[in-house]
Ligand binder design. Structure first.
Ligand code: BTN
Length: 329
């Protein structure tokens, strides 16, 4: 039995497939295997969500085209082609932080692949205790709940996997190839377009769950960003054309699912290889601010996803967390 969002997504799909033609209540009821009363309730709920659905007693229903297309769980569900990521969606017009919500849901047992999405966040969280600027109506803020059967030492690898999935998705919407900055910022022309905040709950020997929070600047005006310390960019503004948020979110879930399944089957080697392909820091001077400050030449990453830096003394340091800045090319 489909849940409410899936049924409403199916109704929207049916109406769109018929364009300007009407779809009878009976056809909807038969296609979805639900009563005519249930169809009527869904139509009312879809209208309340902003869809212009005209109804005629003899002909049935027709969806009036409306631009911009709303951003909500019905749209995302009707465009999704995954079988794990995003199959369960919690959508909010406004929320403090999708990561906070996803951690809560995961603690109460939400399934592997469940996602939280918000139109805007009022307390978006970034790495290292920072905030994440999250104005409504323009960007993507989403958190994915994962339950991989891995030991906690592998968590860093999942973080790099997330960066690869985000970079690949950004690359599909941007004519300029994105780069990653260790561990998981995604940049276009040296300016940050996406950030990832990974949080987890684990025992000593296994991960209970992870929450991968992804913020992507799609259509916001970077000038409006209050992140004065970071040089932000947005994909739409770089291209001069807005990015459709549902399309971006569904592409991201689909790409993410492919990498997630690959890593569970083949391990993280393919992930590291792909990550290195997006990384242009090897051989460059790097400075890391963290528990201790380190400077040196970046040598790349090791088999666990840690950053390797050769210090002026010749010693090689393994960095597992911190804020990285490279000298400009
Ligand atoms: C960073 O500092 O680069 C990480 C930013 C992560 C932001 C995303 S937006 C969706 C999710 N919810 C949050 O509160 N943070 C993450």
């Amino acid at each position: 039995m489909m849940d409410r969002t899936s049924q409403e997504a199916e109704i929207i799909r049916l109406l769109r497939a018929n364009g300007e033609g009407h779809v009878s209540g009976q056809t909807i009821s038969r296609t979805l295997g639900i009563s005519r009363t249930a169809v009527w309730k869904h139509i009312v709920s879809l209208r309340n969500a902003g869809y212009l659905i005209e109804g005629s007693p003899r002909k049935g229903y027709v969806l009036a085209d409306r631009h911009p297309v709303p951003f909500n769980s019905v749209e995302i569900t009707s465009a999704l082609d995954t079988d794990l990521i995003g199959r369960e969606i919690f959508f909010y017009e406004s929320i403090d932080s999708t990561n906070t919500k996803a951690m809560e849901l995961a603690r109460s047992g939400a399934a592997d692949g469940t996602v939280v999405v918000a139109d805007g966040q009022c307390k978006g969280r970034g790495r290292l205790g920072r905030g994440w600027y999250s104005p409504p109506g323009v960007n993507l803020y989403t958190s994915i709940i994962l339950r991989p059967a891995i030991p906690p030492e592998r968590a860093q690898a999942m973080t790099l996997l997330s960066a690869v999935a985000v970079a690949e998705t950004v690359g599909r919407f941007s004519p300029v190839r994105p780069h990653v900055k260790w561990p998981n910022d995604v940049l276009i022309a040296s300016r940050k377009v996406a950030g990832i905040l990974t949080e987890m709950s684990s025992e000593t020997d296994r991960v209970n769950f992870m929450v991968v929070g992804i913020g992507v600047n799609l259509n916001m005006d970077p000038e409006s960003s209050d992140e004065t310390r970071r040089v932000a960019a947005s994909i739409g503004k770089e291209n001069g054309r807005d990015v459709e948020r549902t399309n971006f979110a569904c592409t991201l879930y689909s790409v993410f699912e492919r990498w997630y399944k690959t890593s569970l089957k083949e391990g993280f080697k393919p992930v590291y290889e792909a990550w290195k392909g997006y990384f242009d820091g090897v051989g460059r001077e790097v400075r890391i601010k963290g528990f201790t400050n380190t400077e040196g030449i970046c040598l790349g990453i090791d088999g666990e996803g840690a950053l390797l830096v050769r210090r002026p003394s010749g010693d090689i340091e393994r960095i597992i967390s911190g804020d990285v800045s490279f000298s400009t090319l």
